[in-house]
Write a protein that binds this ligand. Structure first.
Ligand SMILES: [Zn+2]
Length: 237
């Protein structure tokens, strides 16, 4: 299993690592700062810097078939020949892309606090974030934007802690998402808390304070189905 440095410190942009395996799907490392696509959040991009100073580009990061497996997808599959198992690399993510993911991801938690309905879809990218809410009532764009601006301005601290699967089972109301269940099987679940605002299991990367989200607004609100309202967020800076 790959050591997931991004879980404890999402501000880490690079780390030393060792190649464990390489195949046509990509590269596996003993530890990484690359977040694999999951929980609605897009995977990181970046590069692996080699001992000779050269670098190979990583186009995406995905979860592998085995639990805890993280696959760094090579932009050019031919680069696999340059990454032999056992070789040291410096893993470095695209900082601007990750920063956007962290800001948007934290903003989606604020949206959950403002719209108290179950979530049945989520996508967080560098350009936008969208959340689908299971609800039939219309949504007020101006009210949502004002709510987001208020929660950002109030500068709420964002933190995480780990609880056991049993503790989560005892508090099912913590699970806001209908489509994405928190990852299980390791015996513990990561709980994200925005003090006084939102509390839910989440494995993604977030900023440390809602003030870091900055200027964010609602690009559009769509009625995706009779039971679903989609909210798309964008940056305003
Ligand atoms: Zn989250």
């Amino acid at each position: 299993m790959t050591e997931e440095l991004f879980r404890e410190d999402p501000t880490l942009l690079e780390c030393d690592a060792r190649v464990e395996a390489v195949d046509e799907r990509g590269v596996r490392l003993d530890r990484t700062v690359f977040y694999p696509h999951g929980g609605g959040q897009a995977g990181d991009r970046g590069q692996l810097v080699l001992a000779d100073g050269g670098a190979v580009a990583i186009a995406d990061t995905k979860k592998g078939e085995a639990p805890g497996e993280i696959v760094h997808v090579l932009a050019d599959p031919a680069d696999a020949a340059r990454l032999l198992p056992g070789r040291p690399v410096r893993a470095r993510i695209d900082a601007a892309r990750r920063r956007a993911h962290m800001r948007f991801h934290t903003a989606t938690h604020l949206l959950c606090a403002l719209i108290p309905h179950p979530v049945d879809g989520c996508s967080i990218t560098q350009e936008y974030a969208r959340l689908d809410f299971h609800m039939t009532e219309p949504l007020d764009k101006d009210a949502i934007e004002a709510g987001l601006a208020r929660l950002v301005a109030e500068a709420h601290p964002v933190s995480h802690r780990w609880i056991t699967d049993a503790e989560l089972d005892a508090s099912p109301q913590l699970v806001r998402s209908m489509s994405v269940q928190p990852p299980r099987g390791t015996g513990r679940v990561r709980l994200m808390e925005i003090a006084g605002v939102d509390l839910q299991p989440c494995g993604g990367t977030h900023v440390a304070n809602t003030a870091e989200i900055g200027a964010v607004g609602v690009r559009k609100i769509e009625k995706k189905s009779a039971q679903t309202r989609r909210v798309v967020l964008e940056f305003r800076d």
